[in-house]
Design a binder for this molecule. Structure first.
Ligand code: SAJ
Length: 422
């Protein structure tokens, strides 16, 4: 613990999405004035009205409180600030190469606002070398200022990476409680950035260099991806051997040093399904297990579609598909295997009605909205009309479905929550 006085200053958070907005709210709750910036005017209007445009426990209350107290405001323009925090998406391109266009655009938009003395922090999960690129891009835009990649001893602007590591569904809790890794382009860059996190983090703040912080974050998500792939491979093996994978995992997990994760219909979200590719892109010859894990997890939606089709082969009745989100009890459909399953099934079964149930959305997403045989329906309607019921997401509403509601149906439980009923 440090007895240093709490850091004070103004922060500009660039990108008010799943990371930027909760981080803004957490900072504001701890007495830091936050000026949020987002390119989407609807997001800006919602935040200024005290509303959270995404579903995340307690975020709406936190944003409303911060806005009412004048600690959080939003704009489509980058403001002047003491600290700039970049929290924009880092997707991959079609070839699985990282796409840094949003990080570069955010960096370029910050450059004219710098006066010297600021700290620029990259929160977005990024491939190794991105933080130094930020310093280089800033230097190109502002030749009048000194940046740490060229002037490590006395930069005018400090640059660091502090990768976000919060779990959707628990973001506001994990923002405060998780340890944070802060990697600076120089040790003083790391220290200057760490001061900001000490304002609201109760976890340990671990200082390192920027490239190690970048890689550590990718390793965290790849570790999880590889372990989920192991579970998914076990599911395939057990299916082949006519064994119950859930029973076997539960037995194996009684060993004190074994903790097999859960098989499922695939790995979704914008992190675990994406970040391992950044390691593969950086070291394609070496990253063989990581690549294979990605391929295994990516093959799951196709396997689920094949299974549903074989179960439905003897009937022309509708198929019920429960869940679209990428995991339980959230509204986030990004990279969702459930959405992929519906798209593939709709193409493979063009004459069959697909009754999709997703209690967290009011409309079908863009990938599904124009598919003529796909309907968003209520849970009761889907269970009444369909012969085949496939559980794709273990939302609480679905876990509570009573056994009698499934009686007489062919049931595929991809999440292992209805085992005793199937
Ligand atoms: N999944 C399984 N089986 C499991 C666990 C997860 O199939 O046993 C699936 C989920 O259904 C989902 C996907 O994996 O489709 C990812 O879900 P998740 O809960 O494992 O992770 P995310 O994507 O919500 O959040 C992860 C977290 N990383 C780690 O746990 C190492 C989070 O801490 C990161 O901050 C986040 O990625 C991120 O933004 O990088």
């Amino acid at each position: 613990m440090t007895n240093a006085p709490q850091w004070t200053g103004e922060i500009a958070v660039i990108g008010l999405g799943y990371i930027g907005l909760p981080t803004s709210a957490a900072l504001a709750m701890h007495g830091v004035r936050v000026k949020g910036m987002d390119v989407n005017p609807d997001t800006v209007a919602a935040v200024n009205a005290g509303l959270a445009p995404i579903v995340e426990p307690d975020l709406d209350v936190a944003v409303a409180g911060a806005v009412v107290r004048g600690m959080l405001s939003a704009s489509t323009e980058v403001p002047q600030a003491d600290v700039f925090m970049i929290a924009v998406p880092t997707p991959f391109k079609g070839d699985h190469e990282p796409n840094l266009a949003y990080v570069e655009a955010a960096t370029t938009s910050i450059a004219p606002k710098l006066r010297g003395g600021e700290v620029v922090i990259l929160e977005s999960t990024s491939p190794p070398g991105t933080t130094v690129k930020i310093s280089q891009w800033l230097a190109e835009a502002r030749p009048d200022l000194k940046f740490p990649h060229e002037h490590p001893a006395n930069p005018d602007v400090h640059v660091a990476h502090c990768p976000e590591r919060v779990l959707p569904g628990r973001i506001l809790i994990e923002l405060v409680e998780n340890d944070r890794v802060v990697g600076g382009l120089t040790p003083s860059c790391a220290e200057r950035a760490a001061e900001v996190y000490r304002v609201f983090c109760k976890g340990e703040i671990v200082l390192t260099d920027a490239a190690s912080a970048e890689m550590a974050k990718l390793v965290e998500n790849s570790f999880r991806d590889v372990n989920i792939a192991f579970a998914n491979e076990l599911a395939q093996i057990c299916e082949h051997l006519a064994l119950d994978v859930w029973e076997i995992i539960s037995l194996a997990n009684h060993h004190p040093r074994v903790n097999v994760l859960k098989p499922g219909p695939g790995v979704g979200g914008h992190c675990i399904a994406v970040d391992p590719w950044f390691i593969v892109a950086a070291a394609p010859e070496q990253a063989r297990l990581i690549r294979r894990a990605r391929e295994t997890n990516d093959s799951r939606p196709g396997a689920v579609v094949d299974k549903i089709r074989s179960m439905a082969a003897g009937t022309d009745k509708p198929i019920a598909l429960l869940g679209l989100a990428f995991k339980a009890d959230i509204d986030d459909l990004r990279e969702s295997p459930a959405v992929q399953i519906v798209v593939k099934l709709a193409a493979a079964e063009p004459d069959r009605r697909l009754l999709v149930v997703e209690p967290h959305v009011d409309f079908l997403p863009r990938q599904l909205v124009d598919l003529p045989n796909v309907e968003l329906t209520a849970l009761g309607t889907a269970l009444t009309e369909a012969d085949v019921v496939a559980l794709l997401v273990d939302h609480r509403r679905f876990r509570e479905v009573p056994a009698h509601a499934l009686a007489g149906r062919s049931v595929l439980d991809t999440r292992g929550v209805w085992r005793e009923r199937v």
